[in-house]
Design a protein around this ligand. Structure first.
Ligand SMILES: Cc1cc2nc3c(=O)[nH]c(=O)nc-3n(C[C@H](O)[C@H](O)[C@H](O)COP(=O)(O)OP(=O)(O)OC[C@H]3O[C@@H](n4cnc5c(N)ncnc54)[C@H](O)[C@@H]3O)c2cc1C
Length: 468
């Protein structure tokens, strides 16, 4: 007979997404169990963190632990992209990203989940969850034998590769990363390096253990059916063609070349009435952004508020699910468009199939640049294209509905504009006799200058038009 334990919420996977989720949900007072199959520290791809990671670490209260962990500060980044000219894409002075050891970084996160009150079963491997009335049964294998976790809500944080769900078909060209760790290279220590090649792109950075990580991103077809030896030879050949990374070849390669699927993906269903997918179990971004870990943690933090709402305010459950779906779609689309633009820039100068296929990923059409709106100063009204309808937003710890302003010039509706809610905006527009007065009225909620800027912003987008 298997042992049985109960939990309100069961999280499968203790990577950045699962740990961030568990920290937030446990702090909101829920009974959370996390199942992680590997003993930490364990190696993991995805070690470069942008300077914006510090905001997320602050939310989780682990800035000091991460700052003291001996990771490499990344203060300089060089990009040799379209046209082959080096661009300095370093963060502004005083800001820096990190090259972390994911084994240790993930251990710090999971420890924070424990401190917040989550129970962590590790190393313990979840098998396919089974739906049962009122929730889920998750069979778990560990050295202590089989355990059944019975939970009301299930969180899939098992990453890209998973034994608990079917992989979904990919859209667009498939990319593989060939990755190697080099020692005793002639590379100058310091900067992260990104470079466009003829039919690949390169990424390299120094690791906390003193090795240098050099990756080559190639079309997946280049690797299929080839032996490891051939793939390593191809990896070395490509490095000789790189201006920024070829000096690796003067060093020695630790443990050969590793292959990683680097194709972005998105799951069709990210949330149901009693389950949610977070991090790479839900979507993966093009590694060009170096934002995968942060996006995974953000999705975990958002999901915690969504699940908290679903468990405590049933009336808002649909709004919570809609919020999560929109947030995931937004993140994926923003990164997809940014990556396709970068690929298109290189395709312009290097029109090989590698770049053309990636640049061709459909890019959302940016709003047409409109001619300046007709000048007016008198009474304003909202354009007939404006629609007012509820939108789900996060209000502290819950998802809730607020009146939102929808308009074709906006990528997505807003419920607040610079601190002014839509209801107040509607009232002030109805009561003001001139744009000047509207600016002053809105300034009761914002500063005077911001009130004026807000009015110009609305006029430029033709959300506010002259009243006939
Ligand atoms: C080539 C490449 C380069 C990348 N470079 C970067 C980068 O520079 N910067 C960056 O931010 N991101 C990068 N990424 C993305 C980054 O690796 C991921 O975004 C990140 O690891 C996702 O975190 P996660 O928590 O969703 O999943 P994971 O980190 O994969 O964590 C999932 C966890 O679930 C556990 N698990 C899986 N199945 C089970 C099971 N059945 N039972 C129990 N536990 C289970 C695993 O052991 C693992 O610990 C890169 C990705 C690739 C492919």
């Amino acid at each position: 007979m298997s042992r049985v334990t109960t939990a309100e919420v069961c999280v499968i996977g203790g990577g950045p997404a699962g740990a961030a989720f568990a920290v937030r949900l446990a702090r909101l007072g829920h009974d959370v169990v996390v199942i992680e199959r590997s003993a930490f520290p364990r190696p993991r791809i995805g070690e470069a963190l942008a300077p914006s990671i510090w905001t997320v670490l602050d939310l989780l209260n682990i800035r000091d632990e991460v700052a003291q962990a001996g990771f490499v500060r990344v203060e300089i980044s060089i990009l040799r992209w379209a046209g082959g000219v080096d661009e300095n894409v370093s963060p502004p002075p005083g800001h820096f990203g990190l090259m972390v050891d994911r084994g240790r970084f993930d251990a710090i996160l999971l420890q924070a989940a424990r401190k917040a009150g989550a129970r962590v079963l590790q190393p313990a491997r979840a098998r396919a969850p089974r739906a049962r009335p009122g929730g889920w049964t998750i069979p778990v294998e560990s050295a202590a034998g089989e355990l059944l976790v019975e939970a009301r809500f299930l969180v899939d944080a098992a990453g890209h590769y998973s034994n608990i769900r079917k992989t979904e078909p990919l859209a667009g060209p498939s990319t593989v990363a060939l990755s190697g760790h080099w020692r005793n290279t002639r590379l100058a220590p310091g900067p992260n390096r990104i470079e466009a090649g003829n039919s690949c792109w390169y990424w390299g950075a120094p690791r906390p253990d003193g090795a240098f990580c050099a990756m080559v991103f190639v079309d997946a077809a280049q690797c299929s059916g080839r032996r490891r030896r051939e793939i390593e030879a191809d990896y070395r050949d490509r490095l000789t063609e790189s201006g920024l990374l070829r000096d690796c070849l003067h060093g020695t390669l630790d443990d050969g070349v590793r292959l990683h699927d680097a194709t972005p993906h998105q799951s069709a269903v990210c949330v149901t009435e009693n389950s949610i997918r977070i991090g790479e179990a839900s979507f993966s971004l093009d590694p060009l952004s170096s934002q995968g870990v942060q996006a995974a943690m953000n999705s975990g933090l958002q999901a915690a508020v969504v699940v908290h709402t679903m468990l405590t305010r049933a009336a808002n459950a649909e709004a919570a699910k809609a919020f999560y779906r929109d947030a995931q779609k937004d993140t994926v689309e923003r990164h997809r468009v940014a990556a396709a633009r970068h690929y298109a820039a290189v395709a312009g100068t290097t029109p090989t199939p590698f770049w053309r296929a990636r640049a061709a990923a459909p890019v959302a059409v940016p709003p047409m640049p409109l001619p300046p709106p007709p000048a007016f100063a008198g009474r304003a009204r909202l354009s007939r294209d404006v629609r007012i309808a509820d939108v789900p937003i996060v209000d502290r710890d819950h998802v809730t509905l607020r009146k939102g302003l929808h308009h074709p010039a906006l990528g997505r509706p807003f419920a607040y504009l610079d601190g002014v809610d839509v209801e107040t905006l509607l009232q002030r527009v109805a009561q003001s006799d001139s744009l000047e007065m509207l600016g002053r009225e809105l300034a009761r909620d914002t500063s005077g200058e911001r009130g004026r800027r807000l009015v110009s912003w609305l006029v430029e987008r033709r959300i506010l038009v002259a009243s006939e």
